[in-house]
Design a protein around this ligand. Sequence first.
Ligand SMILES: [Zn+2]
Length: 125
Amino acid sequence: MAKPGKLYSVLFNKCPRCGVGDFFITKSAYNLRNFDKMNKQCPHCGERLVPEPGFYQGALYMSYAFYVAFMVIYFLIFVNFFEQYLDYFLISIIPVLIILTPYFYRLARRSWLALFITPAEEPQP
Ligand SMILES: [Zn+2]
């Protein structure tokens, strides 16, 4: 099996060290009661997923970057393909961003931690 990389762990809710254990307790970002509940340690390799108190404040910047990137892409799609409906961009962007908030929240935390942890050389048995 190929070594799981950081991108894999960020996209598929996996520990950035081993790529096997789950990062968040629930698989779905839209389980609204538990979407933000994280494992304190990787259930597979024991890597600490909360390195220190306040660590995930830095994820706010990742989240901001994801929102801005999404809005730019969304705007470019409207400009290029739906120019006559450009008013709908303003109407639709707010609900779309609200709907994507749990997804970006989780994506930002996983990518923030992945910046600081190097993947293990071999997948853990
Ligand atoms: Zn792990």
